[in-house]
Design a protein around this ligand. Sequence first.
Ligand SMILES: [Zn+2]
Ligand SMILES: [Zn+2]
Length: 148
Amino acid sequence: MNPNYREIKEHLQKNNYRLTKQRKLILERILSNAPITSTELCRLCMPDCDRATVYRTISIFEKIGIILRITLGWKYKLELSDQFLGHHHHMTCLSCGKSFDLKDLDPIEKNLIELSKKHNFQIISHQLEISGYCKDCNKKIREHVSDH
Ligand SMILES: [Zn+2]
Ligand SMILES: [Zn+2]
């Protein structure tokens, strides 16, 4: 089981939510598949939870800061919040939709802190999402181009 699991359970209880059987299942699916779209999450939770339950649970988890939305254009994926997963960013493939974690952004993170000081701005959160083509899709695109 994920090491964050117990912490998340405590966090729910602190906010007066019980870890029901359905919430537990949804949480487990998020933990093992994140970042995940809500549509995909619904699919993985069927037939144990219906869509309404999944969406209701997502909104509870978001409200109390267990999960967050990674915005990708007009779409979004769900992932554990920084509190439980640690702060990081993603690169997402426009072709196959896979997301890759980016963890070594220290120079950029430091720059942001510098910039916020310069502008006297207190940053609460920031998002940096990178889209493009992964290695496999890039290869397919190039092969496709050279076919012509
Ligand atoms: Zn791809
Ligand atoms: Zn960051």
